[in-house]
Design a protein around this ligand. Structure first.
Ligand code: NAD
Ligand code: TYD
Length: 338
């Protein structure tokens, strides 16, 4: 099996590349990534000499480049993760979100259709459903009501993928997951930002009243769900993947400070995010039933392990904060464009 992972140098993508090499040792993993600010070759440290992983420096908006990769590596299946992924950035500058998330996905779908790729997994998000009130959870049938430019662009991509199945018969499966956490997450997202700021003795900015709720999913559990969706999902279907761990932001931040032995006085309430979704929660019953998927990490254990990883790897996040990570040029002896 030759699998193309797009965005494999980002947070979830790099965890997925490692997961695939470990759990599906006879697969070849081709990793196409543009290396935007969120792409970091150092997330894949240690894989330099592994012939089962090939890094290709490329853009999902470059149709000719996609054709070369699909044909050159005889790709059987695609796990599409490449995206602009941060809500705050989408409020500052929405355009690149439409370019990468919507147009990039369309280029990739089209290339896969022409090349006869056998399965396309679109990695979508629970944010396509919008915001919940205090009770209830998103099912795959919940209405799509995205609120931010990020989630609107991901909704466009998600619906395009389903349309390529409906219209052209491309074998598409869509996954919609909740907030991931784990190692190698860029420190602009809540958990790594709070850990890194606390370690540096800097304020921890909590948006608004801090009562917003997210449903946290360990990235390894997510990777398992993606592989099961690839192997067992029914074409044209959507699968929700959630961690079953709803936490209020403020409680989570206090938990991180307690884990690190740092004072709560570091918490600083700041102006709320524009259009901030109040609550997300996933009903994962369909994924349990059809894919046999269930998360294995408890949140307390997973958060503790994650916090420790950042404590033990200051060289990783210090190079991200300083920008030095962007000078890492090659991953494999074959280098870029292999
Ligand atoms: P990330 O921002 O850490 O990584 C994104 C990767 O995509 C980077 O390596 C970047 O270089 C690459 N990329 C960006 N534009 C590209 C382009 N035009 N061509 C090729 N590569 C490009 O994101 P992440 O948190 O790992 O998220 C991965 C996927 O999962 C995204 O599609 C995101 O929408 C989705 N998702 C993430 C979460 C989460 O909690 N992180 C939750 C739900 C869904
Ligand atoms: P984030 O990690 O950006 O993920 P998303 O917006 O996709 O859910 O944010 C998670 C939650 O944490 C969200 O409610 C916004 C909040 N937040 C803060 O309070 N402070 C911060 O510095 C960040 C980055 C997020």
């Amino acid at each position: 099996m030759n699998v193309l992972v797009t965005g494999g140098c980002g947070f979830i993508g790099s965890n997925l590349v490692r997961y695939l090499l470990r759990e599906r040792p006879d697969w070849k993993v081709v990793n196409l990534d543009r290396l935007t600010y969120a792409g970091n070759l150092e997330n894949l440290a240690g894989l330099e000499d592994d012939p089962r992983h090939v890094f290709v420096h490329g853009d999902v908006c470059d149709r000719a480049g996609l054709d070369r990769v699909l044909a050159g590596h005889a790709i059987d299946a695609v796990l599409h993760l490449a995206a602009e992924s941060h809500v705050d950035r989408s409020i500052q500058g929405p355009e690149v979100f439409v370019t990468t998330n919507v147009l990039g996905t369309q280029h990739l779908l089209e290339a896969c259709r022409e090349r006869g790729v056998r399965r396309f997994v679109q990695v979508s998000t629970d944010e396509v459903y919008g915001s919940l009130g205090p009770s209830g959870a998103f099912t795959e049938e919940s209405p799509l009501q995205p609120s931010s430019p990020y989630s609107a662009s991901k909704t466009g991509a998600d619906l395009l993928a389903l349309a390529y199945h409906h219209t052209f018969g491309l074998d598409v499966v869509v996954t919609r997951c909740s907030n991931n956490y784990g190692r190698y997450q860029f420190p602009e997202k809540l958990i790594p930002r709070m850990v890194v700021n606390a370690l540096r003795g800097e304020p921890l900015p909590v948006y608004g009243d801090g009562q917003h709720v997210r449903d946290w999913l360990h990235v390894e559990d997510h990777c398992q769900g993606l592989v099961l969706a690839l192997e067992k999902g029914r074409a044209g279907q959507v699968y929700n993947l959630g961690g079953g761990a709803e936490r209020r932001n403020l409680d989570l931040v206090k938990g991180i400070l307690a884990e690190l032995g740092k004072p709560e006085s570091l918490i600083q309430f700041v102006t709320d995010r524009l259009g901030h979704d109040r609550r997300y929660a996933i009903d994962p019953a369909k994924s349990r039933r059809e894919l046999g998927w269930a998360p294995t990490h408890t949140f307390e254990q997973g958060l503790g392990d994650t916090v420790r990883w950042y404590v033990e790897h200051p060289e990783w996040w210090e190079r991200v904060l300083s920008g030095a990570y962007r000078n890492t040029v090659t991953l494999t002896p074959r280098g870029r464009g292999a």
